[in-house]
Design a protein around this ligand. Structure first.
Ligand code: ADP
Ligand code: ZN
Ligand code: ZN
Length: 713
């Protein structure tokens, strides 16, 4: 009989972490930690990762003790074990975000690894028939001369040894941050033939543009296969291919969205997190991790540099990079500043339109409309932003006050005129628009409020007699989640914008970020006030970032501005022109805004001066949801959990959107001034929550989850 070795395997369990973190199986040979294996679970055959080898230091245990263990059924021999650094990252993320190791590990691997049989996989792993184009060292494309600010920043990053402090590159929109990333990556790759770089962007739609720039820069020297992408818009085979390229070291640069933070990168030397303030870095379902925060942890653990870049850093990063003073040793990060735009392009002039002084009901105030008209006539482009898609957020009956509420959610159904539907943006429930009020029969039901669809229509009407320099009529187009559903649609629409085929683009935040449009000279936010009617303490920060980013799309090309004799403008229509957000925007004064907001947060004991977690419970009734949370906090007190003295448990409350898809949602905030105490508490609490969930009185509970460092409360 062959010797059996017990081995601990991380695998995806049915319910999150209810079964503990790892399962023990028996292997016929010693398996290195990180080895990918297939094991039986119930009736299924699953992918797993060898986590620890408990017998590594001992003789193989007696056969009896492993007899009851189920055997490892297959070893994915074509794939090298995952590196220790990767396992440490996964283990940290699992501990910090209160999930199981198996869940995080499996989510971090490309789905096809889980699905393919050993033979299918073996075929994938065959070396390519034609050898990849041999990299030609020394063949580098001609580089632009760096601006003096870029030069300084690149030098500062180069000087500091690896694994030094994280860098916060605070650079205006259009200051050339991407060029800095390219140089730092170049330096790392040149210094070490096995070095790898990870470059993250917040949104999928920003990856093609970035990929083009990286391929253009690095393909001549390192070969076309040196740059790979990783995001959820890729097919299974594409993701597997990229993942393998990164894991084997063949790919030198991985570009991707938040999921890329978990890529296996044995040679990782530098991580870039572009637009580090962006909320998309926080995963909002399953394991609610922050890819930015994990990037910082990973860089330190793996001895890599990490560069966070933004024109409007998150207050967390801004605070963490505060300079030292007499009373304060300063933050952990090193702040680097690039205030000027490339080519001495000025930042756009911000114009506030006081909507209380404008004709009632005007969506576009006369001066804004005139400014857009002028742009069209000069052949320049404008970008009009509204963060609400559809035609109108709600339909309304003036006779009986009926509103198009979603029957399944505490939210309205949005009116989409194009296909005459009412759609709930929370649960997806879709109906045809009724011909008359369903409640009183009034045939005259009205759209209330504006969405992007209506804005596009209205603008086309208002500009119908306006001509471009080539005497063609003005062209208005729209980009939002509705117009970009088809594969390739977004790329096509962006290409039209870049080619100048569109004069006025109406869009959601999707187009406000990152894009290097060269001919936009006007950006307008028509109803930004909506964003401030929220009780979330981050609402002002988020709006400010969005508007700064949006403003950054205007006037990016100094030569173009000079040639056209135009100037870049950001227009803001508001009923509250004195609001701190708009004031800060007018002066482009992020530091002043951040200082004021951080002071408020310090006074109120809010992040980044405190640490938070949310426990959420979903059930058929609000009472059931809250009962679970009440029981959970009672259980914590009864058990006198460690850390309890240093954390504050708030009472359960309904969530802002209380009901979604017929499920009632409640949440409870946990806060502490001490991150370690909060972590210790959550860690001790988790098993109690699992136990509670199993009790009969909490059977009505649909789900519960913990969100550590939540973005919105
Ligand atoms: P950011 O990411 O800071 O908004 P980008 O990196 O997109 O800015 O740079 C803005 C524009 O300036 C891009 O078109 C880029 O090609 C160009 N650019 C960057 N650095 C230089 C430079 N040193 N010389 C000339 N053009 C540059
Ligand atoms: Zn009615
Ligand atoms: Zn709904």
């Amino acid at each position: 009989m062959t010797a059996q070795f017990p081995v601990q395997i991380a695998l995806q369990m049915p319910a999150h972490s209810a079964v503990g973190h790892l399962l023990t199986y028996a292997a016929s040979t010693r398996l290195a930690p990180g080895t990918l294996v297939r094991v039986p679970l119930g009736k299924r055959d699953m992918l797993g990762v060898v986590w620890d080898d408990p017998a590594a230091a001992e003789d193989p245990p007696a056969a009896e003790s492993t007899l009851q263990l189920r055997p490892v059924t297959g070893v994915l021999e074509g794939i090298a074990p995952l590196p220790d650094a990767w396992r440490r990252l996964v283990a940290f993320a699992a501990r910090y975000y209160q999930r199981s190791i198996g869940e995080i590990a499996m989510a971090a691997l490309p789905p096809q690894l889980r699905e393919l049989t050993a033979e299918q996989l073996a075929r994938r792993l065959k070396p390519p028939k034609t050898a990849p184009a041999a990299p030609a060292p020394g063949v580098a494309p001609a580089l632009v001369a760096l601006s003096s600010e870029q030069e300084q920043v690149v030098a500062q990053i180069a000087q500091s040894a690896a694994a030094a402090r994280p860098f916060l590159l605070y650079g205006s929109t259009g200051s050339g941050k991407t060029e800095v990333y390219l140089r730092c990556v170049q330096a790392a790759l040149d210094a070490d033939p096995t070095a790898q770089a990870l470059v993250m962007v917040p949104e999928i739609n920003l990856t093609p543009q970035l990929e083009a720039r990286f391929v253009e820069r690095f393909a001549p020297q390192y070969g076309a296969s040196a740059v790979v992408s990783m995001h959820s818009g890729m097919t299974g085979p594409q993701r597997l291919k990229s993942w393998l390229a990164a894991h084997t070291g063949q790919a030198r640069i991985v570009l991707g969205t938040r999921m890329a933070v978990f890529a296996s990168l044995p040679g990782l030397k530098v991580i870039v997190v572009d637009e580090e303030h962006d909320a998309s870095y926080k995963q909002q379902e399953g394991a609610r991790y922050s890819a930015r925060d994990l990037a910082i942890w990973r860089a330190r653990a793996q001895g890599a540099q990490v560069i966070l870049g933004s024109a409007t850093p998150s207050f967390e990063s801004w605070h963490a990079s505060r300079p030292a003073s007499e009373q304060d040793p300063g933050g952990r990060y090193l702040r680097l500043h690039m205030p000027s735009r490339i080519g001495s392009a000025a930042l756009p002039k911000v114009r506030l339109v006081d909507m209380t002084q404008q004709p009632r009901r005007a969506v576009f105030s006369p001066p804004l409309l005139a400014a857009i008209t002028e742009r069209v006539q000069r052949g320049e482009q404008s970008l009009v932003l509204l963060n609400r898609r559809g035609f109108a957020p709600v339909l309304y009956c003036a006779d009986c006050e009926w509103k198009s509420d979603c029957p399944h959610c505490s939210a309205h159904q949005v009116f989409h005129k194009g296909d005459r539907t009412l759609r709930c943006h929370h649960c997806g429930f879709t109906q045809r628009v009724p011909h008359a009020c369903p409640s009183c029969g009034n045939p005259d039901i009205l759209p209330l409020g504006k969405g992007t669809e209506q804005l596009e229509e209205e603008l086309a009407r208002l500009l119908r007699n306006v001509q471009r320099p080539d005497h063609e009529p003005a062209r208005v187009a729209r980009i939002d989640a509705d117009t970009t559903k088809a594969k390739g649609a977004l790329e096509e629409q962006l290409a039209q914008m870049h080619a100048g085929d569109i004069d006025v683009l109406v869009g959601t935040q999707m187009v406000a970020k990152g894009h290097d449009f060269r001919r936009i000279t006007l950006v307008a936010a028509v109803q930004p006030d909506n964003a401030l009617f929220s009780n979330d303490y981050r609402a002002a920060e988020r709006l400010f970032c969005l508007l700064m980013q949006a403003a950054g799309r205007a006037g990016r090309d100094a030569d173009y501005l000079q040639a056209s004799g135009s100037r870049a403008e950001m227009w803001i229509q508001t009923r509250d022109p004195q609001h701190a957000v708009f004031n800060a925007l007018r002066t482009h004064d992020y530091p002043a805004f951040a200082a004021q907001q951080l002071q408020e947060r310090a006074d109120a004991g809010m992040p980044p001066f405190a640490y938070q977690a949310l426990v959420r419970a979903d059930a058929r009734t609000q009472e059931d949801a809250q009962a679970f949370l009440l029981a959970a906090s009672q259980a914590a007190r009864d058990a006198q959990l460690p850390g309890l003295d240093d954390v504050f448990l708030f009472p359960p409350i309904p969530m802002t959107i209380q009901r979604v898809a017929n499920v009632e949602r409640a949440q409870m905030l946990i806060e502490s001034l001490d991150r370690t105490a909060l972590q210790r508490f959550l860690h001790a609490w988790q098993p109690l929550l699992h136990q509670l969930r199993a009790q009969p009185q909490h059977r009505p509970l649909v789900r519960w989850l913990v969100d550590v460092d939540p973005l919105a409360i």
